[in-house]
Design a protein around this ligand. Sequence first.
Ligand code: GDU
Length: 598
Amino acid sequence: HKNLHLLSPQQVELAKMLVEKGQSHLFEHWPEPGVDDGEKKAFFDQVARLNSSYPGGLASYIKIARELLADSKAGKNPFDGFTPSVPTGENLSHGDENFIKFEEAGVKEAQNAAFVLVAGGLGERLGYNGIKVALPYETITGTCFLQNYIESVLALQEASYRMTQGGQKKEIPFVIMTSDDTHARTVELLESHSYFGMRPTQVKLLKQEKVACLEDNDARLALDPHNKFRVQTKPHGHGDVHSLLYSSGLLYEWRDAGLRWVLFFQDTNGLLFKAIPASIGVSVTKGYHVNSLAVPRKAKEAIGGITKLTHTDGRSMVINVEYNQLDPLLRATGFPDGDVNCETGYSPFPGNINQLILELDSYIEELKKTGGGIKEFVNPKYKDASKTSFKSSTRLECMMQDYPKTLPPSARVGFTVMDAWLAYAPVKNNPEDAAKVPKGNPYHSATSGEMAVYRANSLILRKAGVKVDNPVNEVFNGQEVEVWPRIVWKPTWGLTFADIRSKVSGSCSITQRSTLAIKGQNIFVKDLSLDGALVIDSIDEAEVKVGGSVQNKGWILEKVDYKDTSVPEEIRIRGFRFKQIEQLEKHCSEPGKFELKA
Ligand code: GDU
């Protein structure tokens, strides 16, 4: 009470609310007025931020926390009354007629979409010191994930416009959700690279706030162990993206501009945009309100399982069951072996890659009801079986894929399964943990993430008629991976399978030891036999025909150990680097037609 005069009237109200909600321990240690007054004000500034950034404010946070903590203490099963079963979705097979049809529909519709990248996580499992979107997704050209995402969106925008000629040229909005952990470095990455070619106004950053930590089952907020005038905070999870989009007003802006779809995606998946056009096509064709992208999932793989949950009262929903919950849920509901592979060699539950496509109108209607709040969960680590105290403070968390949990039964919730080689290769695990992944399960490491790009590009070119040699198996950082010819191209060169097919012709071949980088849009490969390294770059106004026989010493893959700190971190975490011995390199920087015949 003695310190109340330091606070604004709103802050006094907040202080009263905290006392009413059993939080007086937050100020019990406060000294007399005149001592640490600046810190006391700063404390209330922080509390005001925590209050305003949470849908329903801190009072609501404390109330929900008490309920969830009581459920957790009582060992209540979040799936009580629900029986899991395998849902049916759209299964796409890359390159077939159906796939090509969906890609075409998707590209046409892409100009009515907005893209949202959630990149507020630090990626503790990877242990990389920088932000993950700054990591190269391949090291032939060194293109980072963020650059690949932005260039892909721009390529999609151009392709979409070309398909609907006569229409108005639209910019596809691109949002990045950051956090205090990633914001400044994301801004710096964008600014130092001129937004990778996107107009700065096309990019919007929304920063998520952390939430208050809880020190006990009464949901008493925890003070920061390093500063008794601050509440300790931790990340709330990627589910924040919904409330941030809602409160930013962007959703209404997009609706008024005629947009129809919002696509969500994560920080490190170098294959993602190979799956995007077709999956937008599925959303449009099927009229899905929610479309989640999935891949066949190996049992125990650290990706959620898409599951149909049917309640005894008749309700049912198709939802992600997170990887740590799937096994106990199955065991408790008549599947005594839990999360295991079936005769296909995969779990019968498709794996959620957390790439969601939401239909904008129904999304807005739903968020109007919830204010953007997503069903949360709490995961306290108890000291002992009495579950009365925690080893360390906990907090509420939420996941963006839990959005459908509050939807009415009439909502059209579907999912699209694609081959993992085409759609999913995240970089999440550090080399040490990746090497311990059970044999046959994906490593999800920097090594496998990059090798997956080469495999996908090789397989796609094979389907387009190129004779691409088989891979060899090699071990990097303790992980055995398939090493295919190292092939990359810019998104403008080959966004869809139809694009790629139109750019390769005749009799082409690429040997296993080869490296190929295609860095321009109008590069046509005809009768090329490549055995070595070839790098072709061209401006959009140039048309380049490439063919003949290229043979040189090429680029070799040199092994590096992840413990070798003389090598930059982003390289050593993949366990290899390119040594450029000899290559054929061609830059076409003038408009016009060129022919490169080796
Ligand atoms: N993220 C945030 N804010 C947060 C936490 C994470 O923006 O507070 C972002 C990360 O930057 C990343 C994405 O959310 O882009 C996902 O984070 P993780 O990679 O740590 O996610 P997990 O591996 O724990 O799991 C998620 C889903 C799973 C599965 C998997 C697939 O929860 O169901 O789909 O991704 O990659």
